[in-house]
Design a binder for this molecule. Structure first.
Ligand SMILES: [Zn+2]
Length: 306
């Protein structure tokens, strides 16, 4: 792995997170450092409102109803605000899009004529009044427009997005939505943000024994075989402490997956490079008034940098 330093006062770091907590697990130290020196914005595609096990535990209900899932989503949004506050971000540095947890693949592959309906919240439009576009239908165009709007307003120099080969579907499709929005933003824009991918879910790797926590994080072997470039970012002790405090704000998640979450408390964070030419290849798939063009691009079409 190559050492990478994103630092510098000119850095404008945009972190795209599928669920509240991914941003802190993958890049809490990097966010804290960037917040102290430069500008950071975090955008959440979903509010994590489809985690049945978490809803039952948090809401103390055996058979959760749609309102329980929505209440849980609001709770997770509050946790995200607190966690990012610990890392030095304010309310203005955070955007929630409010799309459905567990539904990003369904939205990507679905039809714009029939918005996706969440089996948990039963919503087919963004239900959260404090999201970027309340009432936006659950269709691919809504997500891409929202992400493009965030990019246009924040003008990032670096974007962190989920790894396109993460084993969680929401993460893979969050990557595709982000790449598509970045491709759209790129048109007519000479300044191109650097893109890096972070990994959260990858089988046994994600639950590596806590005994390893003092060791530097490394990508799973099978991710190295593809010869993509991986980078390591040092997390100094002061920022690691902030990351630990930020993780502790995600109480609803710690109740269920504490070992998994604490596994990311390491002296480094890792990112994979993404070939910028991907943007050119993805660009033509976006048609503002097209029909099902988006659905023809499977996740496998996204290859990482050699
Ligand atoms: Zn996630």
């Amino acid at each position: 792995m190559k050492p990478l330093d994103l630092g510098g006062p000119r850095l404008r770091l945009l972190v795209v997170s599928p669920h509240p907590d991914d941003e802190v697990l993958a890049a809490g130290g990097t966010i804290a450092r960037a917040a102290a020196e430069a500008s950071v914005h975090v955008v959440f595609l979903t509010s994590g409102d489809g985690f049945g096990c978490g809803v039952r535990l948090s809401q103390r209900v055996l058979c959760p109803r749609p309102e329980n899932f929505l209440s849980y989503g609001r709770e997770r949004m509050e946790e995200a605000r607190r966690a990012l506050g610990v890392l030095g971000l304010s309310e203005e540095d955070i955007t929630f899009l409010g799309y459905p947890d567990g539904g990003l693949e369904g939205i990507w592959t679905g039809s714009r004529a029939y918005p996706y309906t969440s089996p948990f919240s039963h919503c087919s439009t963004v239900p959260y009044e404090d999201a970027l576009s309340p009432g936006a239908p659950y269709v691919a165009e809504s997500i891409i427009c929202d992400l493009a709007k965030v990019m246009e307003l924040f003008r990032p120099t670096v974007i962190l997005l989920p790894h396109p080969r993460d084993t969680h579907p929401d993460h893979r499709f969050c990557a595709l939505f982000t790449l598509t929005a970045a491709a759209q933003e790129r048109r007519g824009e000479p300044r191109i943000p650097q893109l890096f991918a972070y990994l959260i879910h990858a089988g046994i790797w994600q639950v590596a024994p806590v005994l390893w926590k003092k060791k530097a994080l490394r990508p799973p072997r099978r991710f190295l075989k593809r010869n993509c470039t991986w980078y390591t970012l040092t997390v100094e002790r002061c920022y690691l402490n902030l990351k630990r405090q930020a993780i502790l704000q995600y109480r609803t998640q710690l109740e269920i997956v504490a070992v998994f979450m604490k596994n990311f408390l390491r002296p480094n964070e890792i990112l994979s490079g993404i070939d910028i030419s991907l943007l050119d290849r993805l660009s033509p798939v976006w048609r503002p008034h097209g029909s099902e063009v988006l659905s023809v691009i499977p996740p496998a079409a996204v290859e990482l940098q050699r």
